[in-house]
Design a protein around this ligand. Structure first.
Ligand SMILES: [Zn+2]
Length: 350
């Protein structure tokens, strides 16, 4: 048994994104003894790169499962290219418009019809809606990633979101009418006009990650949180999930006896933003290796405060920053130089 996780660099300038390929099974045997999964594909050019990468290094054009963690463009735009150019057996994505009837009563305006709402959701999330159309045209079955969904004989297990949490968040998506009530856990970020970074001194013995409110967007908090357990090697992928989504996923895992404190690999949510993890989350989710997909020139991704916090929790942290990255177990080495882990930063963002 072996596995390979490949991170393809996404975005130019400061725009981060995710494009990840995973291959596991008998990597030295025939394709039929291997599984190939794509988790998000960044923008269109990273989608193209991902196709080339899988063709070249996995020697196949068949993808068993394509996962769209959430509908944001920096994760989902490249998936159109994947569906166009590859042979995809299954697509795992949320279909917000399919929940219109269930959430219809959660808006201030009580007269909204399910079909009106369905329309609005499809229009405001056109990219995701186009992806569904394309999959349907190609006869690719679509499954929604809700808590409890498993595949590959339970090697893949969706830990979150639950359908209930998803439908609680959905009325708060951009492009929906005004919701009847606010989310109890969500605190919209206050935009500071001149956002100059203030630096403060950090050290290994203090805890600077704040445990306060969840300020990540409702869209991000719907991200599918997916665990792969490959013969005891646990790999956790989180999209852009926020603190609330991660706590709920950890609750679910604990409830069914799955420990998340002995992970081999942790895909850090939201490009290493300081707003998506807290000390309390990091007490429940522990890994030996953490990967962060962040654009080369991004100033906020990853936050030094966050990479320091991961290191304080004993993780080796690697950041893509415009490079391809491979994490593997008994896998093929690509001839790339060894990546150096993120150092401890003496000064971090306040
Ligand atoms: Zn993102």
């Amino acid at each position: 048994m072996a596995f390979e996780i490949d991170y393809i660099p996404v975005g130019d300038g400061e725009r981060s994104g995710d494009a990840i390929a995973l291959r596991f099974g008998n990597l030295y045997g025939p394709r039929s003894e291997q599984e190939v999964v794509i988790i998000d594909a960044g923008f269109e050019d990273s989608g193209e790169q991902l196709v080339k990468h899988i063709n070249q290094f996995y020697d196949t054009n068949i993808v068993d499962i394509v996962i769209s963690t959430h509908p944001d463009m920096d994760h989902a735009s490249g998936l159109k290219v994947i569906l166009d150019k590859m042979e995809v057996n299954n697509l795992v994505m949320h279909k917000p418009w399919d929940h219109a009837a269930e959430i219809r009563n959660l808006f201030k305006n009580g007269r909204i019809t399910a079909s009106g709402l369905e329309d609005k959701l499809e229009r405001s999330l056109q990219g995701a809606s186009d992806l569904e159309t394309l999959a349907t045209r190609k006869g690719i079955p679509i499954y929604e990633p809700f808590q409890g969904l498993t595949d590959f004989n339970k090697v893949m297990h969706v830990l979150g979101p639950s359908k209930a949490f998803y439908e609680e968040l959905l009325p708060h998506f951009r492009g929906t009418p005004e919701p009847a009530k606010e989310l109890s856990f969500w605190e919209p970020v206050k935009k500071i006009v001149d956002e100059a970074i203030q630096w403060i001194k950090d050290n290994p013995y203090i805890d600077l990650l704040d445990d306060d409110e969840d300020t990540t967007s409702p869209e991000n908090n719907t991200s599918a949180i997916i665990l792969f357990n490959i013969e005891g090697h646990k790999l956790l992928f989180t999209g852009d999930a926020g603190k609330t989504g991660l706590h709920l996923a950890a609750d679910y895992a604990e409830g069914i006896g799955i420990a998340l404190t002995d992970l081999q690999f942790f895909d850090v949510p939201h490009h290493g933003s300081k707003r998506n993890l807290s000390s309390s989350v990091l007490k429940r989710i522990k890994a030996s290796t953490a990967y962060i997909s962040a654009a080369k020139e991004s100033k906020k991704h990853p936050a030094k405060k966050l990479t320091n916090a991961l290191k304080k929790h004993d993780m080796n942290v690697y950041v893509t920053k415009g490079n391809s990255r491979l994490h593997h177990f008994n896998g093929n080495i690509r001839g790339w130089g060894a990546a150096s882990p993120e150092p401890f930063h003496d000064y971090v963002e306040e």
